[in-house]
Design a protein around this ligand. Structure first.
Ligand SMILES: [Zn+2]
Length: 337
């Protein structure tokens, strides 16, 4: 059918990925070599068992489960400057070669890569920036940037340190901040309103992981009080007309990640996913399509587009609109030369 060829055409066009965690974006074979280069003791000596350890093969009950089971290993292996430079370099280069991703925002939490304070954060961040710059030198068509992540399980003080690093490296490839991680008891998003507003004022892009696993109230507060440029996921808004209206009025863009939503268990079926995505789209909310970490979820951006088209979640024209939204909503400033 015509649909098929058109989605192929779209897959061949330059694409933009806005929501990809470095902890989920590095090829298992690269991670394996990096672990061996550093002499990290892994629970297996068999590569294929390791590959299973760092990918999500089945549906999980929550993100927390994936965080503990999978991210633990990828973050441990990436916890050194020696690992971060090739991790970032190969992720951006690989995505360009395989799927023509010419605009690529990646994100990570540097404090989850410093072995509890053993490593210096500046070295971790500098190594990632070097990886970014090398990838852009090799592939001049690519524009890439890094979002530093704060975490719900960290203290405010720890998160403030990460925020200050984002400001420090703002002119060197750090393009924004985000907060993620499983819901923690003591955590209150309200305490971060000032920090995120300050980040916006100082020229950093602002996105927040919320409205993914049933924190609609938190999402509504974030949208109202922070007025972020983008929201990571935010799909719970489909149950709230007033919130959708606010997203449209403010032009807040959602970063949706279909395969991740299914594997994390946010949606139990494709039909549920379709209903939510279509409701958001019909309300006029700006959507972008992302992987959340292609290697971990065994996907890639081209596959995500195809999944949406094949399951009639969106028409190819609608998917094209989402890819246009991604180019428009990037935190990466135009290069002057
Ligand atoms: Zn995410």
């Amino acid at each position: 059918m015509a649909n098929h060829t058109t989605i192929n055409e779209l897959q061949g066009m330059p694409l933009a990925e806005l929501h990809s965690h470095v902890g989920g974006a590095v090829d298992a074979a690269v991670l394996w070599t990096l672990a061996h280069d550093q002499g990290i003791k892994l629970p297996t000596k068999n590569y294929w068992e390791f590959e299973k350890m760092v990918t999500v093969k089945r549906r999980y009950r929550s993100f927390k489960e994936i965080d503990r089971a999978k991210y633990h290993w990828t973050e441990l292996i990436q916890s050194s400057p020696v690992a971060m430079e090739p991790a970032v370099h190969q992720t951006i280069g690989g995505a360009y070669r395989s799927h023509h991703i010419v605009l690529h925002e990646i994100r990570f939490n540097p404090m989850k890569r410093n072995r509890n304070g053993e490593r210096d954060l500046d070295y971790i961040i500098n190594a990632s920036i070097r990886g970014l710059e090398r990838a852009m030198l090799e592939y001049p068509e690519v524009r890439a940037g890094i979002i530093l992540m704060l975490d719900r399980e960290f203290t405010f003080h720890q998160n403030e340190i990460i925020y200050n690093k984002a400001l420090k490296y703002k002119h060197r490839g750090i393009i924004g901040i985000d907060i993620a991680g499983p819901q923690a008891k003591e955590f209150k998003m309200k305490n971060y309103v000032d920090l995120f507003c300050d980040a916006k004022k100082k020229g950093l892009g602002v996105t927040v992981h919320t409205g993914e696993e049933g924190q609609r109230k938190e999402m509504a507060m974030v949208v109202k009080e922070i007025i972020p440029d983008r929201i990571g996921h935010g799909i719970k808004a489909h149950q709230d007309k007033a919130l959708m209206r606010l997203l449209v009025e403010q032009g807040t863009v959602l970063e949706i990640c279909p395969t991740s939503n299914l594997k994390v268990g946010v949606f139990k079926t494709v039909a549920e996913l379709k209903k939510a995505y279509r409701t958001l789209f019909a309300a006029g909310v700006k959507l972008t399509i992302n992987t959340d970490g292609p290697e971990m979820y065994e996907t890639n951006l081209a596959k995500e587009l195809e999944f949406l088209a094949n399951n009639n979640v969106f028409t190819v024209d609608e998917i094209k609109k989402c890819t246009d939204n991604a180019f428009a909503a990037t935190f990466i400033k135009e290069r002057s030369s």
